[in-house]
Ligand binder design. Sequence first.
Ligand SMILES: NC(=O)c1ccc[n+]([C@@H]2O[C@H](COP(=O)([O-])OP(=O)(O)OC[C@H]3O[C@@H](n4cnc5c(N)ncnc54)[C@H](OP(=O)(O)O)[C@@H]3O)[C@@H](O)[C@H]2O)c1
Length: 182
Amino acid sequence: MKPDPALKFSVFIAASIDGFIARPDGALDWLPADGDAEGGDFGFSDFLASVDTVVMGRHTYEKLLSFDVGWPFDGKRVVILSSQTPNIPAPLAGRVSWLAGDPHRIAAQLAAEGAQHVYVDGGTTIQAFLRARLIRRLTLTRVPVLLGAGIPLFGPVAYDLPLQHLRTVSYSNGVVQSDYAA
Ligand SMILES: NC(=O)c1ccc[n+]([C@@H]2O[C@H](COP(=O)([O-])OP(=O)(O)OC[C@H]3O[C@@H](n4cnc5c(N)ncnc54)[C@H](OP(=O)(O)O)[C@@H]3O)[C@@H](O)[C@H]2O)c1
């Protein structure tokens, strides 16, 4: 199935040098704190402002719910991917929806609903969208730590997925961020 050219899927994610996005138990304590990027947020707010839709795996959604912070996606269409009905707390009712299935079918549904730029989040979820060749842009923020074990960002692919390097910036705390087009 050919992706809709009007619909762009992007990834914006932080990983350890050895390629993990969370510790085995999902902990994110190794991530730099807000403001560590020379007072900024490594470009995340600008990226978030550019998307109209967020698609995230159930594990990432549940992790987000466990944080004692407000909902960070006001004004965005937010879709949780799960094979089972996710738990949607009352304050989020009507602000998140739920989909399941093949990434191309999900893409077709989002396109039909008018989505134009989608932020894809969660390790397993990103891997599925990469394998489906739907990801057009990947911003990878490398944190200078080896975790040794954890939840991997990347997984098996049946064929090489070539990436075009667009830009790399390094921060004084050792964080290195690269943008790739796929
Ligand atoms: N470092 C970072 O920047 C960063 C960013 C995001 C997340 N994280 C961390 O990464 C961890 C989560 O990543 P993860 O790889 O474990 O999982 P994930 O991608 O967040 O969630 C995986 C789950 O999503 C559902 N899913 C994904 N694609 C689906 C599809 N096409 N159809 C139906 N269901 C689908 C399945 O849920 P069911 O099992 O319910 O079917 C699957 O088990 C969390 O600890 C999170 O905090 C880190």
